[in-house]
Every structure is written in structure tokens, then in C-alpha cells.
Design a protein around this ligand. Structure first.
Ligand code: XMP
Length: 329
């Protein structure tokens, strides 16, 4: 892609000028395409002066931490530290049910972990990075702070995207945001130019707060996280098996905090209900639900109820955005 090759060249030069020959930069990888491509781009310029951290906050998908760490280290040779912080995060989330409160808690905790990582770099290696790399996209920018006169007066309060402008003032970093003016597809094109593996480039987006916004209500009750991980993995694997993954912009399961009556074997059961969501979209700002065939829906629903003991009902979300959002919280 000629245009994206130019954008990439320009960004490489800009970053070299912005950071200079000595300063270090720090980057929080989310496992998503945006932060991964951003880090890979910056790594081209800074090499060992880039320091990446991947935080397992306990709200990740099935085997997500191992899977992304393998890509970071084996394929991209990025210098990444894995921080497992799930126990603390889940302790903080205990009892929280309000969606915004949960988002704020997850975002706030993330910043603390990040701050701790930065302090450790200084304490143990004497490195004090001046710059922070973020994979912020154009839609994130306008959805978080709509330009005056855009008619989107209230959209900044719709959701607090913790990855935009969420850092406290005392974390004195200058931001490097090479994709602030780009859309997702353009970032994917840049990723290809940088040699990020195709399977990784095609990954669906995953929100920073992770399963924290896909389990409605208190995420820490019982085995909600494990149930959702199992259901979500079956859903995604079935989508791949049917060859549909690349036609869908984002797909995931949602845990509903209700139980319904069912009959499994000879037994009446009173068990969990899960929702499935799959959408097509250009940039996440609007979306349509994906029209699966009855055969697909039948297959996935029976697999879920057969393999995940505590689920006896599966529903499919047939709402577009708007009026819904893509996530349920
Ligand atoms: P919604 O639910 O607002 O989502 O229609 C639009 C897109 O943004 C993702 N999303 C987030 N990503 N931090 C993120 O990094 C967040 O807090 C967040 N909230 C939503 C969502 O998965 C979808 O791709």
C-alpha cells in the first residue's frame, strides 16, 4: 500500500526527531493490533530504548496472556515484561456492579500497575523513560473528546475509554501516538508493512477492560470468569472453523447475571444464560449484527450447552449500533 508506506516513513522520521538519540520510551501492550503495531513501529526507531509491559489483569480471554506473549517475543522480538496482577485487580472489583464504576476501577488500577512498572525500571535499571507510546486511533480521539460543533455533545460521557487521556498528571510522560489520525484498517496496513504476522493483524479488537465489561454486574461472583472464558473460546473457535472470522469485525460472549430453567439429561436445571455478540463494522463507531446461518447458530449453541456444564441457554444479540453499543457495558 503506497500511501501507508509513506505514512509509515513519515512516522518513523517524526518519532526519531521527537525522541532524539538518547531518551527512552515505555509502552503498555494490550494484545490488540493497535498497541502492538505502535510498539513494533517505535521499536524500529528506538530498539532497546523501548520498554513494553503486558498486564494480565485477570479479565483476559482464555489463554490470552500466553498467546500474545508468544507473538511479542517469538515473532516481533519486542522487549516485553509480563506482569500478572489478576489477584489484586479482582479484589478491587469485588462488589462493583455499575458499568462506569467498573471501568474506572479497571482503568485506575491499570495506571497504578503501569506506574509501578515505570518506577521499577528506574529503581532496578536506572532508566527513566520520558515518552509513552499509545496506539490511539482517530475514532478513539473523537469518541473521547468530540470536536466542538460536531454535534456529539455527550459522547465523551458514553464510556470512559481508559486508554485515552487517562494518565494522571504526575506521570510526566510525553505521548507518542503515531496513529492518532488513522483508522483501524490503515493501522493494519502499517502492521503488514512492519512484518506483524497476518493472523495477529486480523485479530478482532478487544477492549481494555476486557471481560470486566462482558460479565454484567459483579465479575467476581462464583465462577463467572471461567464460564465466560469457556463459552467465548467455543464461540470463537466455531467461527474460525466455519471460515467466518475474517468477515466479522468483533465477536465475543457475554455473561448475563440471571439464571433460567432448562432440562439437561433427565434433570431440570436452573443455570446460567450467555449471550453471543458478533458484528460487522468499519471503525467501531457504527455496527451491524452478523447474520449467521441457522446451522452455525445450532452448532455453536449445542456445543456450548454440551461442554460448559453450568450453561443451559444461549441467546444471540440482534441489535445494531446504534441504538446499542458493541459491548454490553
Ligand atoms: P462500544 O461498546 O462503545 O465499542 O460500541 C466500540 C469499540 O470500542 C471497544 N471498546 C473499548 N476499547 N477500552 C478499549 O480499549 C475501552 O474502555 C473500550 N470500550 C469499548 C469495543 O470493544 C469496540 O471495539
Amino acid at each position: 500500500d503506497w500511501t501507508m508506506a509513506e505514512v509509515l516513513e513519515t512516522q518513523l522520521k517524526l518519532v526519531a526527531e521527537q525522541v532524539g538519540p538518547e531518551e527512552h520510551a515505555i509502552c503498555a501492550l494490550s494484545g490488540g493490533v493497535d498497541s502492538t503495531v505502535a510498539a513494533t513501529l517505535i521499536h524500529r526507531v528506538l530498539g532497546d530504548r523501548l520498554h513494553c509491559v503486558f498486564v494480565d489483569h485477570g479479565l483476559l480471554r482464555y489463554k490470552e496472556a500466553e498467546r500474545v506473549m508468544a507473538t511479542f517475543t517469538e515473532h516481533l522480538h519486542l522487549p516485553v515484561t509480563l506482569v500478572d496482577d489478576s489477584a489484586k485487580m479482582l479484589a478491587k472489583l469485588k462488589g462493583l456492579t455499575d458499568p462506569e464504576a467498573k471501568r474506572k476501577c479497571i482503568g485506575g488500577h491499570f495506571i497504578e500497575v503501569f506506574d509501578e512498572y515505570a518506577k521499577k525500571l528506574e529503581r532496578e535499571l536506572g532508566i527513566k523513560p520520558k515518552f509513552l507510546v499509545q496506539g490511539t486511533l482517530y475514532p478513539d480521539v473523537i469518541e473521547s473528546c468530540p470536536p466542538p460543533g460536531s454535534g456529539q455533545k455527550h459522547s465523551h460521557t458514553i464510556k470512559s475509554h481508559h486508554n485515552v487521556g487517562g494518565l494522571p498528571k504526575d506521570l510526566q510522560f510525553k505521548l507518542i501516538e503515531p496513529f492518532r489520525e488513522l483508522f483501524k484498517d490503515e493501522v493494519r496496513a502499517i502492521g503488514r508493512l512492519l512484518g506483524v504476522p497476518e493472523a495477529f493483524i486480523r485479530r478482532h479488537p478487544f477492549p481494555g477492560p476486557g471481560m470486566g465489561v462482558r460479565i454484567l454486574g459483579d465479575v467476581t461472583v462464583g465462577d463467572r470468569l471461567d464460564v465466560l472464558r469457556a463459552v467465548d473460546e467455543i464461540f470463537i473457535e466455531t467461527i474460525k472453523e466455519f471460515g467466518l472470522y475474517d468477515q466479522i469485525w468483533q465477536a465475543f460472549a457475554v455473561f448475563l447475571p440471571i439464571k433460567s430453567v432448562g432440562v439437561q439429561g433427565d434433570q431440570r436445571t436452573h443455570s446460567h444464560v450467555v449471550g453471543l455478540r458478533a458484528v460487522t463494522s468499519g471503525d467501531g463507531m457504527t455496527a451491524d449484527w452478523y447474520p449467521f446461518t441457522p446451522d452455525f447458530l445450532r452448532t455453536v449453541s449445542s456445543r456450548i450447552c454440551n461442554k460448559v456444564r453450568s450453561v443451559n441457554r444461549v441467546v444471540y444479540d440482534i441489535t445494531s449500533k446504534p441504538p446499542s453499543t458493541i459491548e454490553w457495558e
